[in-house]
Write a protein that binds this ligand. Structure first.
Ligand SMILES: *[C@@H]1O[C@H](CO)[C@@H](O)[C@H](O)[C@H]1NC(C)=O
Ligand SMILES: *[C@@H]1O[C@H](CO)[C@@H](O)[C@H](O)[C@H]1NC(C)=O
Ligand SMILES: *[C@@H]1O[C@H](CO)[C@@H](O)[C@H](O)[C@H]1NC(C)=O
Ligand SMILES: *[C@@H]1O[C@H](CO)[C@@H](O)[C@H](O)[C@H]1NC(C)=O
Length: 371
């Protein structure tokens, strides 16, 4: 081996070097280019409506409404934030039936209250279950863990946008000093340390932060037969504005207030991600993209990769428990290990994408066959 390397000529070395560089450009360049083009540009606000919305958000005072708003909840946990300084408030959207999932989350990534001395708080947001029996279980869980917020609407697929608005309302009313708010779905793995670290490195007074995996130029669902159909009257434009995938995104406290004051102008029947996108657009807030958010994708597990990314969709409880055991064992990652981890999880996730495609294709074929 050594012999071969010694014998290489300059142009051969150059060729090898060129290939190594090319590999890296192709590999990581796409993420950088994507983040560059999708980055939020500093805004100047000339639109009177936008200026007026921002002013309303600045002046928003929820104190007189506190008592009234509490009535809209089965459990409002209005004191959850009051005695502590919260840097990042995490609102996990769960379904009332899924107690086992919540327990898994409590045992894994949510089991920490501080990152580098900055307070984090994880709460679960639920609506009402359709059965009385489940509600009794939820009440027991509430007493045991003290980390549930429950709205008095039915927790259904169609009501997820309502739930999102309720969560925003809760945050601006009862946790108005939390600097950042992360909304996450229950199937997500969240890496709190790396996310907090990232948020700490933003400018000193970060405002207008709306960060996640960007969904670019998505068309509304125009198929009247399907679930989640959006009519022309409800949303006449061809595309939704850019927004952050609703699986997990971060907003700063001021953006939560801005979304709250503009929410009246946007129909609640739109999907939650697009709804938040439209509300923030009305207040002049531009979403920013980070490739460390996974969106709906499952990122193939690698310890050092998972210490770097912000989220991954990890639906199986056993998998999350196993992986968490390894992630939280205290072992660090060298630069080289992190680098190798990123390459490995990127390649594997990419290949998984193909596998899903071909499985889908096979299933489609099988269906045709059955027809
Ligand atoms: C609270 O609600 C009651 C009845 O719904 C209403 O009369 C009152 O004005 C409300 N208070 C505030 C501060 O909005
Ligand atoms: C959280 O972690 C601590 C150790 O760091 C452990 O003692 C505790 O049991 C964990 N809590 C849960 C709910 O798993
Ligand atoms: C949404 O919640 C409201 C209030 O509980 C309920 O009346 C309505 O039926 C729910 N919508 C759906 C589609 O479940
Ligand atoms: C509970 O949550 C997990 C993860 O999102 C999901 O895979 C599972 O289907 C859910 N179960 C129920 C009963 O909702």
């Amino acid at each position: 081996m050594q012999l071969i390397f010694c014998r290489l000529r300059t142009h051969q070395w150059c060729f090898i070097l060129f290939n190594v560089v090319l590999f890296h450009i192709l590999f990581f360049g796409a993420d950088l280019v994507e983040e560059y083009f999708l980055r939020a540009l500093p805004n100047t606000y000339t639109d009177m409506k936008v200026l007026e919305a921002r002013e309303r958000a600045r002046k928003l005072d929820m104190t007189p409404l506190k008592a009234n708003i509490s009535k809209a909840y089965v459990a409002s946990r209005s004191e959850a934030c009051s005695n502590q300084e919260i840097f990042l408030l995490v609102l996990v959207f769960g379904s009332p039936e899924n107690l086992s999932r919540r327990n898994t989350i409590r045992e894994t990534w949510a089991n920490q209250t501080h990152v580098r001395g900055y307070g984090t708080l994880v709460l679960f947001v639920l609506g009402k279950p359709s059965s009385e029996g489940t509600q009794l279980e939820v009440v027991q869980e509430m007493e045991k863990h003290q980390d549930l917020i429950q709205g008095s609407f039915l927790d259904s697929v169609e009501n997820q946008t309502l739930k999102t608005l309720m969560a925003v309302e809760w945050a601006v009313t009862f946790c108005s000093r939390a600097r950042f708010i992360l909304k996450a779905d229950e199937e997500m793995f969240i890496n709190l340390p790396s996310l907090v670290e990232y948020l700490l490195n933003l400018r000193t007074h970060p405002e207008d932060i709306y960060l996640g995996r960007l969904v670019h130029q998505e068309k509304p669902n125009r198929d009247p037969q399907s679930h989640g159909f959006v009519s022309q009257q409800k949303y006449p434009e061809k595309y939704y504005p850019d927004y952050c995938s609703a699986t997990a995104f971060v907003i700063s406290q001021d953006v939560a207030r801005k979304i709250y004051v503009t929410s009246g102008e946007v129909p609640l029947s739109l999907p939650p991600g697009a709804f938040v996108g439209l509300c923030s657009k009305a207040a002049g807030v531009v979403p920013a993209h980070s490739s460390r958010f996974s969106g709906k994708k499952h990122i193939r597990y690698n310890r050092c990769c998972y210490k770097f990314i912000f989220t991954s969709s990890t639906a199986r409880d056993t998998q999350l428990l196993q992986e968490w055991d390894e992630i939280s064992n205290g072992k660090g990652c060298t630069v080289l290990e992190t680098y190798y981890g990123l390459v490995s999880c990127k390649v594997m996730t990419y290949l998984d994408g193909f596998k899903h495609l071909s499985v889908d294709a096979l299933q489609n074929e099988a269906l045709h066959f059955a027809d």
